[in-house]
Design a binder for this molecule. Structure first.
Ligand SMILES: Nc1ncnc2c1ncn2[C@@H]1O[C@H](COP(=O)(O)OP(=O)(O)O)[C@@H](O)[C@H]1O
Ligand SMILES: [Mg+2]
Length: 241
């Protein structure tokens, strides 16, 4: 469903992702692991179309670097990519003063769900995730802890209901119980979605059981394996790869 072909990504003139080639399939769950600074978040932003990330093909042939459901999305704006069916949960979810999650979701859904349905779903999902109702009516993430922000990202992901969901370190800074409820929630709502879980820890993968684990180093995939690879990384570090 998502084909990355000779993908090269630069930020502020610095080449971060180099000749990245991989095809993510529909309905599968992938984990991406890699040392700090290896380009995991850059990859996520490039897929989503963040304007600061310059995307190009490493080769001079006509293959487009990012193809989603057979559409070349390399030149699309983030909102157009969202419309195609991609969601990115940020590593560092920001607070939005003056905007409530309902308003944001309503705007993002552009009438696809009515306001009442959005509210009902948000309240249901908040219960499943153990999010305090109060967080739904406050401006988005205002005064929210790191863990609460991550849960709010997951809640928004579920309501937006996209085909490809990328979670960038959704488990970082999250306590054990919160991690369990996030993982359980993601499994329950997965259906035929494709998940890309960027993580440093085997713990969330223990619950989520990804089909494939990709190891990224210095802007490239250096190894692809099954779940045992995540365990090996946790036990032995990246030197072992
Ligand atoms: N906006 C930016 N300007 C300059 N360098 C950046 C920017 N964003 C990321 N980088 C650099 O790109 C590299 C990869 O960063 P990142 O994708 O965040 O890594 P990861 O998520 O794997 O830890 C790092 O060296 C980082 O400093
Ligand atoms: Mg990162």
């Amino acid at each position: 469903m998502l084909k990355l072909q000779n993908l090269m990504v630069s930020v502020s003139g610095k080449k971060i992702i180099k000749d990245f080639n991989f095809e993510f399939e529909r309905g599968k769950a992938y984990a991406i692991m890699g040392p700090n600074g290896s380009g995991k978040s850059t990859l996520a932003f490039a897929i989503m179309g963040h304007p600061a990330y310059e995307v190009r093909s490493q080769t001079s042939d006509a293959r487009s670097p990012i193809v989603f459901n057979n559409h070349d999305i390399s030149e699309m704006k983030p909102n157009e990519r969202a419309k195609e069916g991609i969601f990115l949960s940020f590593q560092t979810p920001l607070a939005l003063s003056g905007v409530k999650v309902y308003q944001l979701l309503q705007l993002a859904l552009q009438g696809k769900k009515d306001p009442l349905q959005i509210r009902k779903e948000a309240q249901q999902y908040a219960k499943e995730l153990g999010i305090n109702d109060d967080l739904l009516v406050r401006p988005l993430n205002e005064g929210a802890s790191g863990g609460e922000r991550k849960k709010m990202e997951v809640l928004q992901a579920a309501i937006l209901d996209k085909k490809l969901m990328i979670f960038d370190e959704v488990d970082t800074g999250v306590d054990v119980d919160a991690l369990k409820s996030i993982a359980k929630f993601l499994i329950k709502h997965k259906k035929d979605k494709t998940y890309i879980i960027i993580t440093h820890y085997n713990r969330i993968l223990h619950y989520l059981k990804p089909d494939h684990v990709l190891i990224m180093m210095d802007g490239k995939i250096v190894k692809v394996g099954d779940r045992t690879l995540a365990k090996k990384v946790e036990d032995e570090g990246y030197k072992s790869i």
